[in-house]
Design a protein around this ligand. Structure first.
Ligand SMILES: [Zn+2]
Length: 129
């Protein structure tokens, strides 16, 4: 039995986000990058990947070891909309964090740039859910 990927794609982890997290493949769309970065946060231990897929100018001061630590119990990712305009992309998503006191939802519109064929995370605007 194959375990489905944490990003909610219904594919197996080994066919979905794992090749990206292992650096064997790059994201071809901003949505794919959101999915793989969400999985990296949910699983922990992928701080290097999170840093590598972060636009250097907005990742200043971030440390891979810190990003590898699981700080929230992410249980679900839902992507509402995404778009690409030239070298810029955006994704509107909601990530659910299940803590002892109940679920909370992070609703974010993330912005990405495509540099030399590779999508990088620039930053996000938190929206009210
Ligand atoms: Zn996945």
């Amino acid at each position: 039995m194959r375990k489905s990927c944490r990003c909610g794609s219904r594919e197996s982890f080994s066919d979905c986000c794992k090749p990206l997290l292992d650096g064997r493949r790059s994201s071809v769309t901003p949505e794919q990058l959101v999915r793989s970065r969400y999985t990296a946060y949910a699983l922990g231990g992928y701080g290097d990947y999170l840093l590598q897929t972060w636009f250097p100018a907005t990742a200043k001061g971030l440390i891979a070891a810190d990003l590898s630590v699981v700080t929230r119990n992410w249980t679900a990712l839902k992507i509402f909309a995404s778009g690409v305009d030239g070298n810029t992309g955006w994704v509107d998503f909601r990530a659910t964090d299940q803590s002892a006191s109940g679920p909370s939802i992070l609703h974010e519109k993330s912005v990405f740039t495509c540099a030399t064929g590779i999508w990088l995370y620039i930053g996000g605007e938190v929206l009210s859910s």
